[in-house]
Design a protein around this ligand. Structure first.
Ligand code: FES
Length: 386
């Protein structure tokens, strides 16, 4: 290969020729001590974003007969001494071994980030159909231990992107995604104005009522409006959120944070259409974006890992990740709704149906899928990330 030296003058050529000797001088003149392998910046990064944290249940609070709050502290007998800091609205993914399966599920942290500095998180769990929530609800006791991921997720207030005035529209257990933001404002960690429209069926379904009353104090930047859809009671509004209600709190620059069921999203999005907002002012939590699939066939999933190949059954109504969990295959995952990319795997053959339209163009071109958000439509071969 010929070098094109056109454009270089004599000075450049001289510098070029002295380069090797300059380098040699630096190399031979350097310290013989071993090269540093730990750097403060790396240590800080891994304390803020640990892959895994070992925790112990310090306390369980019964919020009502269907909801419990778990107070988690570091399990110092394992390797965790300090819990990672988080941004309000982020979640941790809990790993549990249940009946031979390995399950991971995301739970939003419902305490203030200030509490992480005091070395505890809370998560609030509703008993429902899901295997992990039911297990936590019915079997986990004080002093039980398990592992969780570092804080993950993008449903948080970002002052560089979001408006100073925030309206949160939440339904039922969706309050979990917003309560930490309200606590962070109270603790002066966040500086914004927050109005929460909290929609539940009846008064007994309201979560964190004492905290909400306390946050709603006069002259506080936080306003809480609770709507009951199935009963009329003093101190609460009745029915569904209306545009007239929002008009009272909307300012020219307002960010909307939405957390609730799919039907709640649809109704709220209809209301917000009238404001003609750009997308950046509407933030959705994605935990609820799951579709119901009516496919009763059973397929064979062949999973290729670094060491082995395993074939398992998967019915058409469950995601590939759910089938792997049930069969004790430890596949990486965090969000379970196709959002975080942790489970991204190569589809070697077969057809899947994905929900949430979560794949990037590059994923599609290179035949990657998110098993947490993919249902089988034929026998499948996938390769897990190593
Ligand atoms: S677990 Fe997050 S994308 Fe699959």
């Amino acid at each position: 290969m010929e070098l094109n030296l056109k454009g270089l003058d004599q000075k450049d050529m001289n510098a070029f020729h002295t380069l090797p000797s300059e380098r040699a001088k630096i190399i031979y003149g350097s310290s013989p001590a071993a090269i540093k392998t730990t750097y403060t910046a790396n240590q800080l990064a891994s304390s803020l974003h640990p892959d895994i944290q070992y925790v112990k249940v310090a306390k369980i609070i019964e919020e009502n007969d269907q909801v419990k709050t778990f107070v988690l502290v570091p399990n110092t007998e394992e390797k965790t001494q300090k819990l990672a800091y988080f941004r309000p609205g982020q979640y941790i993914s809990i790993e549990l071994k249940i009946d031979g399966g390995i399950y991971r599920r995301p739970y939003t942290i419902t305490s203030s980030p200030k509490d992480a500095l005091e070395n505890f998180y809370t998560i609030t769990v509703k008993r429902k159909k899901g295997i992990v929530s039911n297990y936590l609800f019915d079997h986990v006791k004080v002093n039980d231990t398990f592992s969780v991921s570092g804080p993950t997720g993008t449903f948080y207030y970002e002052p560089l992107r979001d408006a100073k005035n925030v309206i949160a529209l939440v339904e039922g257990i969706g309050i979990n995604q917003i309560i930490s933001m309200a606590l962070a404002i109270q603790d002066k960690i966040l500086d914004c104005k927050l109005t929460i429209f909290y929609s539940v069926k009846t008064e007994k379904d309201i979560l964190f009522l004492d905290k909400l009353i306390q946050l709603n104090k006069k002259n506080s930047p936080i306003t809480i409006i609770i709507l009951l859809s199935e009963e009329e009671k003093e101190n609460y509004l009745h029915g569904f959120i209306t545009k007239e209600m929002l008009d009272q709190y909307k300012e020219p620059e307002t960010s909307f944070f939405i957390s609730g069921s799919l039907s709640f999203y649809d109704r709220v999005n209809e209301l917000l259409k009238e404001y003609n907002l750009s997308n950046k002012y509407i933030r959705h939590e994605s935990f609820f974006g799951r579709v119901a699939i009516q496919n009763t066939n059973t397929y064979t999933i062949t999973v290729l890992t670094e060491e082995k190949e395993i074939s398992i059954p998967c019915n058409g109504k469950e995601t590939l990740l759910e089938a792997m969990e049930k069969n004790g295959i430890s596949a990486p995952s965090r969000c379970h709704v196709g959002d975080c990319g942790f489970c991204r795997s190569k589809l070697k053959s077969g057809v899947v149906r994905t929900f949430n339209n979560i794949l990037t163009k590059a994923d599609e071109e290179n035949e990657y899928i998110h098993p947490c958000a993919s249902f089988p439509e034929s026998d499948i071969v996938i390769e897990l990330p190593y």
